[in-house]
Design a protein around this ligand. Structure first.
Ligand code: ZN
Ligand code: ZN
Length: 154
């Protein structure tokens, strides 16, 4: 998310509402206009009032608030090791390999434990589907595939 302000009172164009505004927010969401004012993003469901920030885009044009993801991560951090161990037991071998590769990469980038990265993976998917980490873990137990939740961030 990036905020652009017009200098010396010059107005900018909100590409969503096609009107002039003092400030536009740049969001990267597939299939959406990149620059819009807060009101227009809010109207499109791409703005989180709780964290006062624009959404992060994901594949398929889905989006959610990073602040909301991190809160859900904090709430579920303590289940990380248990959930990851369990997933490695019930997932097919190919999925476990994919998951381990993904967690290794994520762990390198964030500097956090793989179990915490796993909780963030579940939390991200959960927020996109408006579920919780516990519900997403339950869904994983039922579908027994992790491939659809390893989605790249735009
Ligand atoms: Zn607007
Ligand atoms: Zn939020």
């Amino acid at each position: 998310m990036q905020t652009l302000r017009g200098e010396r009172g010059i107005l900018l164009t909100c590409h969503i509402g096609k009107h002039e505004v003092p400030e536009v927010i740049v969001l990267s969401i597939p299939g959406e206009e990149a620059m819009g004012c807060v009101d227009c993003w809010r109207e499109r469901g791409r703005w989180c009032d709780l964290h006062d920030m624009g959404h992060q885009g994901f594949v398929g044009g889905h989006s959610t608030c990073i602040g909301c993801i991190e809160e859900e991560v904090d709430r579920n951090e303590r289940f990380g090791k248990q959930f990851l161990q369990e997933a490695r037991e019930f997932l097919p071998a190919d999925d476990v390999e994919e998951l381990n590769n993904w967690l290794t990469g994520s762990s390198l980038v964030t500097g956090q434990a793989p179990s915490l990265c796993f909780i963030r993976l579940l939390a991200t998917r959960a927020m996109l589907l408006k579920l919780s980490v516990r519900k997403e873990m339950q869904r994983l137990r039922e579908t027994k595939t992790v491939l659809e939740i390893i989605t790249p961030v735009f």
